[in-house]
Design a protein around this ligand. Structure first.
Ligand SMILES: [Zn+2]
Length: 327
């Protein structure tokens, strides 16, 4: 999932850029309060950041003329090479330093800010590396039981769309809820991944929608819907129709959208306990993965592919977690 967290991450990134570290710390504390946050272990000694530090030191010893910069655990840039004192190189170094500083705030799906490095970008993201109950997973070896049906109470609703730099997210006005395992969760938003993050018996789908819910005590529950190529998907098309032209500009739609139409007819599902699939990778998230995929047209799938060719976190270890499946 990306939306709930992504939105906050984006807003925080902007605030940090403008106001600096003090405010960042305050916002991080607030964010921590808003999410169920189990304690996380410190990073292992052979974590990628330590390995990169060692590599940088080795390169510096070899006498490379360009200063080498690496991100430490805290993400602060640090000189690890010699400074030649030349003006142009100093300029280059400044640019590099600025880029390194930005790395704290911008996570992505590839390269030095990709999933393998999320935990190094910000102390708040440490669970992305140290967590033991992370998402997504390959859903297999399930136990089949009489799972209670999810009580779904969705209605045509006013909405807005934002391209937040990590996905396309649909924010919904209140009034949609699900009830499951004795809790009532309000639907906050839904968003998309390509290709699917969860897999079912090893199968990855063209896309996946995450419908993100929260209960009164702040517990998160996500319904994942797999999308595969086929007929038009009315909700997906409505979202694309209302896509803003600019990133990070939320556009209020002039029509209503019924999130129920995004769900498959067969409401059988798999369920397990996992995490946000985007930083800060907080755990304690109840996942419900719909067993039946929903169709979307080739054109609808292609439109998202133009914006986000790949925004799926790699599979995480199941670590002896139980996965239940509807009979
Ligand atoms: Zn997601």
């Amino acid at each position: 999932m990306a939306g709930f967290d992504v939105k906050r991450g984006g807003a925080r990134a902007l605030a940090v850029a403008l106001l600096g570290w003090t405010l960042a710390a305050a916002m991080a504390a607030a964010a921590k309060e808003a999410t169920p946050e189990p304690a996380a272990a410190s990073a292992p000694e052979d974590s990628p950041s330590v390995l990169r530090q060692r590599l940088a030191e080795r390169l510096a010893q070899k006498g490379d003329s360009a200063p080498v910069k690496v991100a430490t655990h805290g993400g602060k840039p640090e000189h690890a090479g010699r400074d030649t004192g030349k003006k142009s190189e100093a300029k280059k170094a400044d640019a590099k330093e600025a880029a390194a500083a930005h790395r704290d705030l911008h996570w992505s799906y590839e390269g030095v800010t990709g999933p393998e490095h999320w935990a190094e970008l910000n102390p708040e993201f440490r669970q992305c590396a140290s967590g033991q109950r992370q998402s997504p997973i390959d859903v297999r070896d399930t136990i089949k039981v009489d799972l209670e049906p999810i009580q779904i109470d969705y209605h045509p609703t006013a909405f807005s769309v934002v391209d937040n730099g990590h996905t396309v997210q649909v924010n919904l006005k209140p009034g949609n809820a699900i009830q499951v395992m004795g809790r009532r969760y309000e639907l906050l938003e839904f968003h998309f991944h390509r290709p699917s993050e969860e897999r079912i018996n090893g199968r990855q789908f063209d896309m996946e929608a995450h419908l993100v819910h929260k209960d009164a005590e702040g517990h998160l529950a996500v319904i994942a819907v797999e999308l595969e190529r086929g007929h038009d998907q009315p909700v997906v098309q409505t979202v694309w129709n209302n896509l803003p032209l600019e990133k990070n500009e939320e556009l209020a739609a002039q029509v209503l959208l019924d999130p129920a139409l995004l769900l498959p007819q067969d409401k059988s599902y798999f369920t397990y306990m996992g995490s946000l699939t985007t930083p800060p990778c907080s755990e304690g998230v109840l996942w419900m993965v719909m067993r039946q995929p929903v169709e979307a047209s080739a054109q609808e799938l292609a439109i998202f592919g133009k914006l986000y060719p790949m925004n799926a976190r790699p599979l995480q270890d199941l670590s002896a977690r139980l996965i239940k499946e509807s009979n």
